[in-house]
Write a protein of this length. Structure first.
Ligand code: SF4
Lengths: 299, 441
């Protein structure tokens, strides 16, 4: 199939792809590493990425022992585990305890996705009044027990590796699993989506069409999908290494993007990641300052 | 003197999201059955307020990684109704095509990796593959073709990026879709073979007539639009959905239960409901296979939902193929619209059943109020009632066996607990918190 057309192609997939062959070739004489998949507040999309490795799944299941993965198997083996994949953020008192147990029984902990790595879309509540949310959604809020915040796993325990994305890239997931199986640290690129567009030869949507785009400050990994579909990057993979958020937001504001457009764009699936959080708080402060200057004139 | 028996399934497996089951028996009497959903609440309806309406398809997709397209489709239809725009036939067809991809991917996963293992005492699809390598591999390939379609048309399989209010950010080229034709031709045959395979499974004799609800369209198998109809004769416009069905909040769940308003009774949504109400709108291939395997409708045997899923996968490949073949690129790929104060609702058919969205919007393009009713919260009460009927058949077994049999019935619904919680963890009964990893650590 020629599915790898310019739209669906991921320039990273070639170099990052861990093929079934390499997974299956890991030595079988030693006991297989034991894999566990844990879920916290999330949509299940990141763990589903593992089941979406249709070509590699059965071989992968030979290379590692899938010891705990309730979404895929009713056999739930007790720990300890060699590698724990953790999806989701911490939003309840019980989960704040449970993640400690996950750490205790796992040699390596890898967070998968924006929820686990940055708090996820549900961290929008960190900016709001929690009681209001409860009231809006539930008729009987007294039945619900949650924390007022949604926080990333690394706020609670030591994390060995963080895999970005909302959702993660399944080829990168296989690569990370393979690296840990081999006792290596995964080496994934940390540059920006903007560079991927240049490599793909995608015409810049910001320059050509004036569409606000987070590509210059967003971490690589998705394959720069959005600009090939004529829309701006909305930051699924979180901040790139050393993102220059200030210069991007200033540029957007100076070239006609309003604060009311920029703010929700930054407060997205990775809005609570420190660099994006700081950038959105700054945009909010700037626009509040501008409004208070304007007010007397309006009268 | 009868003794009290308490059976707990702390963590349901091979379902999406986190839920448990508590059963209390007193001798041969069933005292209580609770499907408890402890998925942490994520408050989507809360944080949608004040967001630009263009964000809604991307944000609501994140309610569920298994059926993001169902959320995106319901959201854009509801918002377009609020904005007073209605996309033309080209956009409609591409949206159906995208939904075909999701039905194939989601049903393929459930049939082969989640439900089929139950018929052979296997713990997972991976274990089942040792016994049925050809069938499980075929299922995985089938599912992959659904995902590839989502990647080409949507940009990626999980949380597609190409769905916009008014249409698509970009219409695909003719070549991109033509390239998918061979895999869809293969997929159609594979879906027929897979359906024949699952139709031969050994099904418990468990016909439980109940109210079943789905969309119905005059000349299509229901996906994106239609009236809300039921096997007992309900037929209302989607705009009347909230008059006919209510959500209530029960203590053992972060999800809200849905009931029929009139008599607070339960109902069932999903592939069985769709087939029972729309069999004559299936494509010819699916109709022919349904006849060949002797699939009788109305079918109220929950376990046979796996056959209904197979027939729907045949339909999705068949209809998808027709759309791929006829496709011509068009412009504009999305309709322009102007902001106004308004309200709109829509219902579509997620792989696991009817899903309803309603939004109130403001004249600066923001969301003022959002309401989302996913399929699993509609099925939750019906699942509990089904268990009450099912338990007398299985409660003579050990606690473990009884629990396994109950889980098997729950799984036949393909519950998506991540979706059903607007949504939660709780519960009043703190013991139910002692679950998950505790069992296994
Ligand atoms: S990061 Fe995104 S895809 Fe992954 S679990 Fe969270 S919401 Fe789902």
């Amino acid at each position: 199939m020629k599915g790898n057309s310019s739209n669906s192609g991921n320039p990273q997939q070639g170099q990052h792809s861990a093929s079934a062959g390499t997974l299956a070739a890991s030595p079988r004489s030693r006991p297989r590493p034991r894999l566990a998949v844990f879920k916290f507040a999330s949509c299940d999309g990141c763990q589903l990425s593992l089941l979406d490795c249709e070509d590699e799944l059965l071989a992968a299941a030979e290379a590692v022992e899938i010891a705990y993965f309730p979404e895929a198997s009713s056999r739930m083996e007790p720990g300890p585990y060699d590698l724990a994949l953790v999806e989701g953020s911490i939003t309840t008192p019980h989960d704040a305890q449970r993640i400690q147990e996950v750490r205790r029984c796992s040699r390596f902990v890898v967070t998968i996705g924006a929820c686990a790595t940055a708090g996820g879309i549900q961290s929008l509540k960190n900016w709001a009044h929690h009681e209001d949310y409860l009231k809006w959604v539930y008729a009987r809020p007294e039945f619900i027990s949650t924390l007022a915040t949604s926080t990333p796993i690394a706020d609670h325990i030591r994390v060995d590796y963080e895999l970005r994305g909302c959702p993660i890239n399944r080829h990168q997931l296989l690569e990370v699993i393979l690296a840990f199986v081999r006792g290596q640290r995964p080496k994934l690129a940390t540059h920006s989506v903007c560079l991927d567009c240049k490599l793909k030869g995608t015409v810049c949507v910001e320059v050509a069409q004036g569409i606000p785009c987070l590509g210059p400050i967003t971490h690589t990994g998705c394959g720069a999908i959005c600009p090939t579909y004529d829309r701006g990057c909305y930051g699924c993979f979180g901040p790139a290494a050393q993102p220059n958020c200030r210069s991007l937001t200033d540029h957007c504001l100076q070239t006609g993007t309003s604060a009311s457009t920029l703010l929700p764009l930054l407060r997205n699936f990775n809005g609570y990641a420190p660099e994006f959080r700081e950038a959105s708080n700054r945009v909010e402060a700037l626009s509040a300052a501008a409004a208070s200057v304007k007010e007397p004139i309006d009268e | 003197m009868s003794e009290t028996r308490s059976i707990r399934v702390e963590a349901l497996t091979r379902v999406e999201g986190e839920g448990g089951l508590h059963i209390r028996l007193n001798g041969s009497e069933i005292e209580d059955v609770q499907l408890s959903i402890y998925e942490p609440p994520r408050f989507f309806e809360g944080f949608l307020r004040g967001r630009p309406l263009e964000d809604v398809p991307d944000i609501t997709a994140r309610i569920c990684g298994i059926c993001p397209v169902a959320y995106q489709m319901s959201a854009v239809h509801a918002l377009e109704s609020a904005l007073g725009v209605s996309p033309g036939p080209e956009i409609r067809r591409l949206r159906r095509l995208l939904y075909c991809g999701e039905w194939i991917e989601s049903h393929g996963l459930h049939m082969h990796l989640l439900q089929a293992p139950d018929f052979f005492g296997a713990a997972s699809g991976i274990e089942l593959a040792a016994r049925f390598p050809k069938e499980v591999n075929r299922g995985l390939q089938l599912k992959k073709h659904g995902n590839t379609l989502l990647e080409v048309l949507g940009g990626r399989a999980i949380h597609p990026v190409n769905v916009a209010v008014g249409g698509f950010y970009k219409a695909p080229s003719r070549d991109q879709l033509q390239d998918l034709i061979p895999s869809f031709e293969w997929g159609l045959q594979a879906a027929i073979d897979a359906t024949r395979w699952v139709a031969g499974f050994d099904f418990p004799d468990f016909e439980q007539p109940c109210e079943m609800v789905s969309l119905q369209h005059p000349d299509e198998y229901p996906m994106n639009e239609g009236r809300v109809v039921s096997v007992s004769g309900l037929s209302v416009d989607v705009a009347d959905y909230e008059r006919e069905f209510v959500e209530s909040h029960v203590a053992h769940s972060t999800a809200l239960h849905s009931l029929r308003t009139a008599d607070q009774s339960s109902y069932h949504v999903g592939p069985l409901a769709r087939i029972n109400l729309n069999r004559d709108r299936l494509c010819d291939n699916a109709k022919r296979i349904a006849d060949e395997i002797g699939f009788e409708t109305p079918c109220f045997n929950r376990f046979k939902a796996i056959i209904a899923r197979g027939l729907e996968v045949i339909h999705a490949f068949d209809e998808g193929l027709a759309i791929l073949k006829d496709y011509q690129p068009f412009r504009p790929s999305r309709l322009p619209y102007s902001y106004r104060n308004g309200e709109g609702c829509a219902a579509t058919e997620a792989p696991r059943g009817l899903i309803y969205h309603r939004y109130r919007i403001t004249d600066d393009g923001k969301i003022a109020e959002a309401k989302i009713v996913p399929p699993t919260s509609q099925n939750q009460r019906q699942i509990e009632l089904d268990l009450i009927q099912w338990l007398p058949r299985v409660m003579g077994e050990s606690d473990q066996r009884t629990a396994d049999e109950c889980e098997r019935l729950i799984r036949s619904y393909d519950p998506c607990i991540s979706c059903s919680t607007h949504f939660l963890k709780l519960t009043v009964d703190r013991q139910s918190d002692e679950r998950g990893p505790k069992v296994s650590l």
